[in-house]
Design a protein around this ligand. Sequence first.
Ligand code: UDP
Length: 234
Amino acid sequence: MTTGEMLYEGKAKKIFLTDKEDEVIQYFKDDATAFNAEKRGTILEKGIVNNKISTRLFQELAKAGIPSHFIQQVSDREMLSRRVQIIPVEVVLRNRATGSIVKRLGLQEGMMIDPPLVEFFYKDDSLGDPLITEDHIRLMKLATPSQVIELRTQALKINTVLLPFFQQRGMLLVDFKLEFGLWNGQIILADEISPDTCRFWDIQTGERMDKDRFRKDLGRIEETYQEVLRRVCN
Ligand code: UDP
């Protein structure tokens, strides 16, 4: 495997071609953004931490029969992945109310959501990633109705694996965002699963252990990302 030209640069990752046309390298950067990239910064070694955490979580999901684009971690910051066509829908699953749903619906912060809630957002920075319904997804032909069912089913299944995984490590999995891609006509999990894309609250202290430390200037950002890595990978 050799790393070829850059295919795409996103806010937190770069994607490189390889000598195999159906495989790419995801390179994890330290760049952090929030509020539709209005806030920008650097979280030292975040790329390394998120690559290792995502690797562990994709492996855990694979053991539970959930396919993803993950092939293998190839260096501190690089993950070899299947080349997929990303479905431009962010799938958010919530076990507790916080963040945008509290602002949007006036729910009580921290309210339990059981059964978990699945929401869809249109992945388009120029529109600020708006909340969309299944009918919008059909109207805009972002995915077929049966693919939408698949996205929801996979998100719920992923939650049933990750919720106990984090609970065993003293962390409440509050919510998370997933991206899926098409690969050989099949929908598979893609992107990353990390403290950038999930919210974790320490079960003992309630302390925020995710990107909310950056979003809300809570301090001890790097230390917290390292602590999540320690708990996930030990
Ligand atoms: N999220 C993400 N990328 C986004 C928006 C949200 O990874 O562009 C994650 C976020 O970290 C949280 C979950 O999705 O774990 C739900 O986020 P929410 O809708 O509450 O949005 P926010 O409050 O972050 O704007």
